[in-house]
Write a protein that binds this ligand. Sequence first.
Ligand code: NAD
Ligand code: TYD
Length: 364
Amino acid sequence: MKNKRKVLVTGGCGFIGANFVRLLHSRYDAWRVVNLDKLTYAGNLKNLEGIEEGNTYRFIRGDICDSELVAGLFAEEHFDTVVHFAAESHVDRSITGPGAFIRTNIEGTFSLLEAARQAGFADNGQGSQPCFLHISTDEVYGSLGQSGYFTETTPYDPRSPYSASKASSDHLASAYFHTYGLPVRITNCSNNYGPYQFPEKLIPLIFNNALHNKTLPVYGDGRNIRDWLYVQDHCEALVEVLEKGRNGQCYNIGGNNEKQNLEVVTLICDLLDKKLGLAPSGQPRRSLITFVPDRLGHDRRYAIDPTKIREQLGWQPRVTFAEGMEKTVDWYLANRPWVSDIVNGSYQKYYAEMYNNILNTHIK
Ligand code: NAD
Ligand code: TYD
């Protein structure tokens, strides 16, 4: 069949990966998707509940750093497409424990690139264009002052262990294009929000705390700016890059949606007040906001210039911030057990219950 892709998705049980697998599943039901995920604390099989294993979907619990496993998968599955999400992704964790970030983000990316190269990664003869899509972040560009935007030519200036490890992986991916001709494309996206985001990140953390009448920790003066994009818009942009992008190119992805952290936090409070009534204290949930000591090396402002992807690939976001936040708060309200299972740790027991001995599969 023409245009039937064989896709290796890494990190498909995480926030963006799961939204991406769901998008492919709903739109390209003939594509075969193999999801390789280690199920770290951030991976959750419940994110893909309802997607059954079969001809079009296979789940492998494994580590991208395990080069033997990865090479075996390439040999077995004859992928023509890799979409590489797997990473340690939380800046605060990278400050307290950078080692895992160096290992997964740098060594893991190297292991995948090398497996693709060794496998002679190429067209599978079914009409689709081979592509190794490396998913990265705008944080590699560093921090902006009050003006200016990140473009694809902005020099890299990563400032946290997380962004430094992602920058390193971007450079490796780019080097594999230039040196070996591997069909690499790189995307650098701004902050995502939406369903299935692990509640250590700002938006789901504030939602959960506000729901339970807990304090809402805002770092520093709360005036740091992030450029928020609804996760489905990001996933749609990735499909455009797969379908229409060019090898060796980087694409910045963002929705021109800069917000100060305090604006985001107060919006969540106000949405919850509107939907649930005031907090049990009778106060608006904004009263729970607590300024806490700033994150070390906290980048002040991120803002993406998405001109290239809009003009060259015709992509632009479809969901406004107001709509996206309403959808997000509604999703978290409707999926409270998803959040509470994470907060109380029981989500990880689900693997064992569902997949018998899967906890030991492919993990050395
Ligand atoms: P996430 O932390 O929610 O998910 C990461 C997934 O990778 C998890 O399922 C985890 O189990 C898996 N994983 C981690 N280490 C692994 C390993 N060694 N082997 C196999 N699987 C492993 O992350 P996310 O927010 O979905 O981010 C996905 C990608 O997008 C990352 O590369 C991140 O840098 C990038 N990104 C994220 C954002 C954002 O706002 N979240 C923005 C831009 C780019
Ligand atoms: P986060 O969701 O961790 O994403 P990133 O650090 O990758 O941008 O944080 C988003 C912003 O929110 C960032 O400026 C840090 C801030 N923040 C808080 O103020 N309080 C919190 O509890 C968290 C997790 C983040």
